[in-house]
Ligand binder design. Structure first.
Ligand SMILES: Cc1ncc(COP(=O)(O)O)c(C=O)c1O
Length: 350
């Protein structure tokens, strides 16, 4: 059990009979259109560090009053987050994060020599009184709605309040919206304002995780310029072939996303009802593809479920939720059903 150190031990683990409720990568295929360019594709030289112009122009259509200059194309949302934290403040500055959180946030914040400050949520929802108290000492705030690992979305009223508070205090608002197209309850509310930095990705909406294309968008041109300068000194351009494939994805009718949403919702219902029937205490996911039930002795459960039942889950403690376990339901219904049977047996044993 001492080996349960971080999600890295499970990322990419596959094998006969293994069911993975582990990593958050969609099992649905990317749009077939993205592969069409491959046979004729021959470019191989360095690309613009800021990103291919056709892709940035296509992205700007989704953001009112934006231009291609407001975007930086990155190696997934992961690099966009890393760059954002490294340009947002000076060593020792604080960044407010709501917990439970995506496990990379505190590490990225610390590696940028900043200090993470945590605001606890209630059933995954931000508690504005605590948020307001803690945000005053911060340089930036990170909002992730829908959330990994809770699957919860923040109420539009709360998001508008956060926009107002951060704008009044002149604090940068970093909004990780990689699950913006995977919301079951309402349309996405895009946080906006002069100090908002939006992070997004092709990994989830278009099932293109391995191609590593994401982006950072802000109407704060100085912020985009600083992030671009930093990328010039680090990874340089994002893979140009992957960017062309991402560009093809932007042309796919939005209907495709709506059709997939029905599949995700069916899976959400299946796992939520299944875990609830096992008597587990959990919050109903409203977006993304995660659920975070409370489990007695989570370490023992995750280890036994993996070793004896070949079923991967992630420890809640990696996400700031030590009494819980995260399940990703990015897998087909038959696997979810089989996985639930294994979970039932394992719970009975421990
Ligand atoms: C909330 C959140 N942000 C960012 C990422 C990283 O996405 P990408 O594959 O675009 O780097 C993930 C991946 O799981 C995520 O859940």
């Amino acid at each position: 059990m001492e080996k349960l150190t971080s999600p890295s031990m499970f990322i990419g683990v596959q094998g006969k009979g293994i069911i993975s409720f582990g990593s958050g990568q969609p099992d649905l295929p990317p749009p077939k259109e993205v592969f069409k360019i491959l046979p004729a594709y021959r470019s191989f030289k360095y690309g613009l560090v800021q990103g291919q112009i056709n892709l940035r122009k296509a992205l700007s259509k989704d953001y009112k009053r934006s231009t291609e200059n407001d975007f930086l194309v990155t190696n997934g949302a992961s690099e966009a987050l890393d760059l954002a934290f490294r340009v947002v403040g000076k060593p020792g500055d604080r960044v407010l994060i709501h917990s439970p959180y995506y496990y990379t946030y505190p590490h990225l914040v610390k590696s940028a020599y900043l200090e993470p400050v945590i605001t606890e949520t209630s059933e995954g929802k931000i508690v504005l009184e605590d948020f307001e108290k803690k945000v005053r000492d911060c340089t930036a705030v990170l909002i992730n709605s829908p959330s990994n690992p809770t699957g919860r979305i923040q109420n539009v009223k709360t998001l508008k309040e956060i926009e107002r508070i951060t704008q009044d205090l002149n604090i940068t608002l970093i909004s990780d919206e990689v699950y913006k197209d995977l919301i079951y309850e309402r349309e996405n509310y895009l946080l906006s304002g002069p100090r908002v930095v939006t992070i997004n990705s092709f990994s989830k909406t278009f099932s293109m995780c391995g191609f590593r294309v994401g982006y950072l968008y802000s109407s704060d041109s100085a912020f985009v310029e600083r992030a671009t300068a930093l990328k010039t000194f680090t990874s340089m351009n994002t893979n140009i072939l992957a960017q062309e494939m991402a560009y093809e994805a932007t042309k796919v009718p939005k209907k495709r996303i709506m059709n997939e949403l029905k599949i995700w919702k069916g899976r959400r219902d299946l796992i939520y009802n299944g875990l609830a029937e096992l008597g587990l205490d959990l919050w109903k996911p409203e977006g993304a593809f995660y659920v975070l039930p409370k489990i007695k002795n989570p370490r023992k459960f995750v280890w036994r479920l993996y070793k004896k039942y070949k079923t991967i889950t992630y420890l809640g403690e990696w996400f700031g939720a030590p009494s819980r376990v995260r399940f990703s339901y990015a897998l087909d219904a038959s696997k979810i059903e089989e996985g639930l049977k294994r979970v039932k047996k394992c719970l009975r044993e421990i």
